[in-house]
Structure formats: structure tokens, C-alpha cells
Design a protein around this ligand. Sequence first.
Ligand code: SF4
Ligand code: SF4
Ligand code: SF4
Length: 247
Amino acid sequence: MKHKVKIAIFDLTDCEGCELQFLAFVEKVLEMDDQLEITNWRLAKQKNVEGPFDVAFIEGSPLTEEDIELIKEIKKHSKAVVALGNCASLAGIPGLINGEERERLAKKIYGPNYKLRVREVRPLSHYIDVDYELRGCPVTEKELEELVSSLISGKKVVPKTYPVCLECKANGNPCLFLENKACLGAVTKGGCGALCPSHGHRCYGCLGPVRENNTDAITNRLSETVGKDEAIRQLEIFVNNPMMEEK
Ligand code: SF4
Ligand code: SF4
Ligand code: SF4
């Protein structure tokens, strides 16, 4: 009998929106019943197993020591780990405010004696080797389905290393900069099919930075279009991003 690919889905600190994308193609998942088995999914299964797993999807940001221990355990028992969504791949919304500002806001909200447990939120890749990253907030049904199908068929998964601009040009869109409008497509990782510029809206960088991006050039170009302060504000989505720090 053919080996079924054992898939586990875990979540940390997040909104669970990315794992719900599995439900978007649940009928196809059910059709693939002879090829895959979801052995662990807190959200949808009553009985979960401890592993081993062929592929572990981890959604959300690791915040506490317990989270960090958990992801290390998952890694140990999985042949491959997928960072599912921006919270897992980029620290996402939980990591938007870090350091002193996080401390200041926590005290403002919970009172001056509040002891913040986590000052810096980091993506999964800060703690473990991640085999695949699926970005998005939430991830798209299309990309998730593509990845699951590739993992089942044993097809090599080629990461998308091109910017949104490439997809935007493939869609035949005129560039927003020609209309003197701002856009972060040139420094943002592709994968969404240039969703926003294809509807006349700027890309605001939700899939995070593309590798080998030219931040100086985009800062200058944005500054010419919207002014320096607004350019810096728009680029804040990439601030504290580990991939930006790699440069
Ligand atoms: S990436 Fe967005 S949709 Fe996915 S879990 Fe995080 S907050 Fe929710
Ligand atoms: S509109 Fe944005 S994504 Fe499209 S080509 Fe121009 S900069 Fe790139
Ligand atoms: S903000 Fe950019 S990366 Fe995000 S969906 Fe829109 S075009 Fe795609």
C-alpha cells in the first residue's frame, strides 16, 4: 500500500486565519484521502498524535519559552517544517511592535507594574531551520494547495524569489509610479499575483521583502513621490524584519 503523507498542523500566537485556508480546499483534501493523512490538528481533530510527521505546518509566532521548546520538538519529529503565514514566516502582527515601544504600550494598557514576558517577537526561522515558507496574511488557498500537492507528489517546491512587480507586469498593468502613485511592489516578495496593483491600489508589502531588494532605491523613489516622512512610514512594514537585516 502506498505510504500516506502524514501532515500535522500546529498553531502558536496568531488569529488562526492561515490554517483555516485548509478548509477552503477541504473537498480536494478529502479526495486525496488515499495520499495524505492529517494526523494532528488541534482546531479540527479530537484525537491528535505526537508524531513522527512527514510535514508539520506551523502557524503563528513563537512567543514564550514553551512555544520555542514546542517548535524545536516538532522540528525533531518532522521530515519537513512549513512556516504557515506571515506570523510564522516574518513574526507578522505579533512582531509589529517590539522592544521599548512594546514595553511602553504594554504598561500603558495593563498598568505600570505589568511585566512583559516577551520583548522581541521573532519568526520561526530564528529558532529552527524552516524547509518552506508560505507568506500571506492569510496565505492564499492557491499557494497552499500548490504546496500540499507538491509535497504529496514529491515534486520539488521552488521558492518564489521574484518581486510583485514581475507578476504586475505579467498582468499587463501600467506601473502606478507612472501616475505618480506609491507602490512597494519592487521590494515585496511575489506570490499574490499582484493582487493590489491589478486593482489600481498600491502594494503595501504584505508578503514581506523579496531577497536582494534595493531598499535605498525604493526609499528614494518613494520619497520623490510621497515625501520622505511618508516613504519612511510606508517602509515601516519591513522594519525589524530579519530578511531586511540580512542585507
Ligand atoms: S498571518 Fe495573518 S491570517 Fe495568518 S495567522 Fe497570522 S494574523 Fe492570522
Ligand atoms: S505598480 Fe507596483 S507592482 Fe506594479 S510595476 Fe509598478 S511598482 Fe511594480
Ligand atoms: S499588499 Fe502587495 S503583496 Fe500584499 S496582496 Fe497586495 S500586492 Fe500582494
